[in-house]
Ligand binder design. Structure first.
Ligand code: ZN
Length: 215
């Protein structure tokens, strides 16, 4: 029994250990689905285990959010099924838009509508606080920490796809890879060292085979 629980926990931890991190938040969410094992590999989903997996992911990414949102997330109750479905919906939309953005296709109107709807929940503004002193307070369109996170990721996506530097958004060109990254330096060709190595090994064995055939 205890062993089963430990195994289950290990499985969860492994499933959250995605191959690529450190990208802008919208890509971090998109990259929770990835292929393990290259061309003949299998599709993995770090969020597949349900709302708990989303909680783990948010805990790992919390420091990437603006302080107001990060603080709210730190105090957030566990994600319920509704917010979980919303994150999956946003992830699907972001993956569709990242695909369109990197292949030069027009964005899917439904995916745009999803991201734009969530982007509105990122809205905040300053108001004068009630009371004798003149003091400004920040008000937000929503208070729910997970909805704040959905809004923050969507607002970041608007910047990622349409802002300065959108040209540096890349789909990893390695066969059997579905990850996206921002080319932070001109020589970055692959999402990870792992993909670069895999492609080099494949090239090398192809050349060796062709060499054998020629000889
Ligand atoms: Zn890759």
């Amino acid at each position: 029994m205890a062993e089963g629980v430990a195994e289950e926990r290990a499985e969860r931890e492994r499933s959250v250990a995605v191959p690529l991190t450190g990208e802008p938040l919208p890509l971090e969410l998109v990259n929770t689905t990835y292929i393990k094992g290259g061309v003949r590999g299998r599709r993995m989903d770090a969020l597949a285990a349900g709302p708990e997996a989303l909680d783990s992911w948010l805990a790992a990414e919390r420091h990437r959010f603006a302080p107001g949102v990060a603080d709210a997330l730190a105090a957030a109750p566990p994600a319920g099924p509704e917010r979980y479905q919303e994150f999956l919906e946003l992830r699907r939309a972001l993956r569709a838009l990242a695909g369109a953005r990197t292949s030069g296709e027009a964005p899917d109107p439904e995916a745009l509508a999803v991201v734009n709807a969530y982007a509105r929940t990122a809205a905040d503004w300053r108001e004068l606080a009630p009371g004798p002193e003149f003091r400004a307070v920040v008000r937000r369109a929503v208070e729910d920490p997970l909805r704040l996170a959905l809004g923050a990721i969507s607002a970041a996506a608007v910047e990622l796809f349409a802002g300065e530097g959108a040209e540096r958004l890349m789909a990893c060109p390695a066969p059997g890879c579905i990850l996206y990254f921002v080319r932070t330096h001109a020589r970055r060709e692959w999402c990870t060292v792992g993909c670069g190595n895999r492609v080099r090994v494949a090239r090398h064995s192809r050349r060796a085979r062709e060499g054998d055939e020629a000889g």
